[in-house]
Design a protein. Sequence first.
Length: 149
Amino acid sequence: MSILGDRMSAQGAALRRRGKQGFGLVELVVAMSIASVVILGVGLTQAAAVELNRTSDETNRAVADIRTALEEILSLSLEEVPDVGGAYAPGLPVAAYSDLHLDGERLVVTYPNHVAGDVPDPLEILVTVTWNDYAGRERSVSMATLMTR
């Protein structure tokens, strides 16, 4: 037993002479704290990137629907476009685009420079898509163009 005790004492003295071997508890706690902060930051950044990607995807879908509606409107004659009984009646949701690609999607066409009975040349056309995004917030995108005879 005394040989074992002498050997351990000699090893302890040798370690004290050479300095510390390995990490102490304080260094380990500091390193783990720094690593935790870095990992938390990376996780929050990744979550924000996913949300931005979803928002961008929804906006791109809305813009695609607006462009499609504008192409359909521009294929009509100038007199057919602001027709109150037509598919693109001013200020009313277009039935073909209701909940088409987005949650609660509503596409509304307005004609800011149009007055009843007179179709101006050029006719201003404003198309607005409103929808509820993935987080339940209401969002909208608008696009305008002019149509001539």
